[in-house]
Design a protein around this ligand. Structure first.
Ligand code: PDD
Length: 281
């Protein structure tokens, strides 16, 4: 039996429900976080909790639980679901109110939902061994992609386009022709000169927690790093390309729009960064 947590209660997953007038459901007026769980531990716990607080503050949604309270709920959820390797999903919406675009005049209680599931990290390791393909799509999102909201329709359409093209991810390209990020991952390349590039953490991308950790790892490995946008053409001309996220860690990208990157095999820096990250996580 799977369990979810909804508004203060653990319940059977098939019965977990929120109200039809929840603002998350009606307006995507909600934020979320995803933690990987490895050997029973939340990975990069601090970074994800800090980003959750920032996302809530940006939308002026009050924090419905303290961090220690959330951690207790997460531990219990993992225990009840017997998950020691997988992910935890948390969503907090502004709450339930009569439908009106503006915030409700009276204070309402935020809705809080937590679920978790098992992940096969061995399969992710195998994917990292062979590398994955990405396609490029126009970035159709709003101007505050730095807030982790559930307003994910463009990301959903981008990922679906990738799957239909036989690829694993879609790199979104802004109006100036630069890659912003994947539909659920951050994008990286290593130039021919050996420099690591990833887009600057502006409002055009989610400030990935794994991205920040990989920047630290890169610094400690003595790699030359620049945070700037790159084009798909630069990526195709690169020595390596890869992506990062909480659940995929570091995954090499070996083709873009069906054209191979370098020799079509995962690169050595992507491997070194994945190993360094996982050794420290
Ligand atoms: N996705 N960019 C986007 C648009 C994302 O949705 C994510 C995370 C990332 C990577 O961020 P992090 O390293 O903090 O996971 C970048 C999560 C995993 C998801 O939507 O399931």
């Amino acid at each position: 039996m799977r369990f979810a947590y909804v508004n203060g209660r653990f319940c059977a997953h098939p019965d977990a429900a929120i109200h039809v007038e929840d603002r998350g459901f009606q307006f995507a007026d909600a934020v979320y976080e995803v933690w990987s769980v490895r050997d029973g531990r939340l990975m990069d716990a601090d970074g994800h909790f800090q980003r959750l607080s920032r996302s809530l503050a940006e939308l002026r949604i009050p924090e419905p639980r303290s961090r220690p309270a959330l951690e207790r709920i997460i531990r219990e959820l993992l225990r009840r679901n017997r998950v020691s390797n997988g992910l935890v999903y948390l969503q907090i919406s502004r709450g339930q109110a009569r439908r009106d675009h503006a915030f409700p005049k009276q204070a309402i209680t935020p809705t809080i939902v937590l679920t978790c599931k098992r992940l096969d990290f061995a399969a992710a390791d195998r994917r990292a061994e062979t590398g994955i393909g990405v396609i490029t799509v126009p970035d159709q999102r709003w101007a505050r992609c730095d807030i982790k909201t559930v307003n994910l329709l463009p990301n959903v359409l981008a990922k679906q386009a990738a799957y239909e093209a036989g690829a694993a991810e879609a790199w979104q390209v802004d109006a100036d022709g630069y890659v912003t990020e994947g539909s659920s991952t951050n994008a990286w390349i290593v130039t021919k000169a050996g420099k690591l590039l990833t887009r600057q953490a502006d409002n055009g991308i989610l400030h990935g927690i794994t991205r920040a950790r990989i920047l630290d790892c890169a610094q400690r490995l003595g790699l030359e790093v620049e945070e700037r946008a790159f084009t798909p053409a630069e990526a195709l001309d690169a020595r390596e390309a890869f992506l990062t996220s909480a659940t995929s860690f570091v995954t090499p990208v070996v083709s873009i729009d069906g054209k191979t990157v370098a020799n079509g095999a995962p690169g050595s820096l992507a491997r070194a960064l994945r190993e360094t990250y996982l050794a420290e996580a």
